[in-house]
Ligand binder design. Structure first.
Ligand SMILES: Cc1cc2nc3c(=O)[nH]c(=O)nc-3n(C[C@H](O)[C@H](O)[C@H](O)COP(=O)(O)OP(=O)(O)OC[C@H]3O[C@@H](n4cnc5c(N)ncnc54)[C@H](O)[C@@H]3O)c2cc1C
Length: 407
């Protein structure tokens, strides 16, 4: 058992940290204003560090180290999240890198050749379009339809709360979303298919919501009216979309949790730095156990969480290298545990930190209120609500009898 990063992983982590502190952290508040998105120089800096190509093989323009993709991606996202506590930059990156990893896994050769080199060069955005106005937790009930016509799929329907709609429109083809559609509604989730729907396809329109946080990355609705999607955009097998998606979620959620742990670590540091230098009643705030012990409680949970996130990355890597060596159930439980605990801890760390800062914490001079607004996206639901995570754990721990997803 090895609890340390390899020399190469540690060097990568350090270069990420250095770059983030110098180039991203000073721009976080500007990103949070929501007017410029993620600045071009930030994207190009991340491209130079190789971040967008970490999960893409060399033949498609990336530099993935087989079996280490989840670890490197986790390190990169943790470090990015430290610099932009609003979560915008980490979420932009984790979605593009995470869903590109899935395109590499399930996509046709033509789709991979068109999309992956552009992802590695930071030129496009890739996300997922699953949730519908009728709900996001019960994906077995989605209504967006796709029918076969002249060798293409024709998609009609509506999606809601989709990250990156504006970025896709701005960056254009071949940006796009891995989209869950129904190709055989009578079969329920067994009749679902997973398609890559390119941005700006004729018949597709989008709207942008007025979110409370993560202001550097848009969230919005997508309407598809007879949108023609070429057959080579099929991901995996027709009718297997639901199952492919469930396999995709673990990698995506790993990166979500990496973003949360990066932000938590930095949030705790900011609070500790402040409490060491702020004095009340003749001594530093941190000397008061009511404060330091609460911070210790948060740190203890963070430390356990960080270890479990590393374990999750290792499990996904093992399974990718040697399918069957670790069961889906074990990976699901570990990832769902992390995805359930991380946003809640992040919320607590941000809120506690604001309290330690007193009135100063209620201003935009500290990044903690920005962190609170950003991390809450993962509490309310993005990449699966907390109770859905609990449902996954109950099902995979105690069997279908405990599953809230089956009657
Ligand atoms: C900022 C943001 C970005 C997002 N980006 C994307 C994206 O890019 N792509 C995408 O497809 N979706 C995206 N989503 C949507 C997200 O995936 C959904 O919010 C999530 O799946 C929950 O769906 P819902 O919001 O429809 O809540 P519902 O499914 O209506 O659930 C409502 C609440 O009930 C809880 N709940 C559900 N079932 C049970 C149960 N059996 N027992 C107890 N509690 C239950 C849920 O956890 C939730 O808290 C995003 C959401 C946010 C906030």
């Amino acid at each position: 058992m090895e609890f340390r990063y390899s020399t190469e992983q540690e060097l990568f982590r350090r270069s990420m940290r250095e770059w983030v502190a110098k180039n991203l952290e000073p721009r976080a508040r500007e990103i949070d204003k929501g007017e410029i998105g993620i600045p071009k120089e930030v994207i190009s800096g991340l491209v130079d560090l190789g971040v967008f190509g970490l999960a893409i093989p060399e033949e498609y323009g990336g530099h993935a180290i087989p079996g280490e993709e989840p670890l490197y991606a986790m390190i990169a996202i943790q470090e990015i999240a430290r610099g932009d506590l609003s979560m915008s930059t980490s979420v932009y990156t984790l979605l593009t890198a995470g869903w590109a990893f899935m395109i590499n896994r399930f996509g046709t050769r033509q789709l991979k050749e068109e999309v992956l080199p552009r992802v590695a060069r930071g030129e496009i955005f890739v996300g997922a379009s699953l949730t519908e106005p009728g709900g996001g937790s019960d994906l077995g009930k989605i209504k967006t339809r796709a029918t076969r016509k002249n060798g293409s799929y024709v998609v009609s329907g509506e999606k809601a709360y989709i990250s990156g709609v504006k970025e896709c429109d701005r960056l254009g083809w071949p940006s796009g979303h891995c989209t869950l559609v129904s190709t055989d509604p009578d079969k329920g989730h067994r009749g679902q298919t997973y398609l890559f729907v390119p941005a700006n396809s004729p018949g597709m329109t989008y709207s942008v919501y007025d979110d409370m946080g993560r202001m550097g990355l848009s969230t919005g609705g997508l309407v598809y009216k007879d949108v023609e999607v070429p057959a080579y955009c099929l991901l995996g097998e027709e009718g297997q979309g639901f199952y492919h998606l469930m396999q995709s979620f673990n990698f995506g959620r790993l990166l979500v949790v990496a973003a949360c742990t990066g932000a938590i670590e930095r949030g705790l540091e900011i609070s500790a730095e402040y409490c060491k230098q702020r004095h009340t009643f003749g001594r530093p705030l941190i000397k008061n156990e009511a404060i330091s012990f609460e911070m210790v409680n948060d740190w203890m949970q963070f430390d356990l969480l960080k270890l479990n996130v590393q374990r999750a990355a290792w499990m996904i890597a093992q399974q990718t290298q040697d399918p069957g060596s670790i069961s889906d159930k074990d990976i699901n439980k570990t990832i769902a545990t992390c995805k359930c605990l991380a946003p809640t801890l992040g919320h607590d760390v941000a809120r506690h930190g604001m309290m330690y800062h007193g009135a100063f914490g209620y201003t935009k001079e500290t990044p903690l209120e920005m962190m609170l607004r950003g991390i809450m996206s993962y509490e309310v639901g993005a990449e699966g609500g907390l109770n859905v995570m609990r449902g996954i754990i109950a099902r995979d721990l105690w069997g279908d009898v405990a599953s809230p997803f089956k009657a």
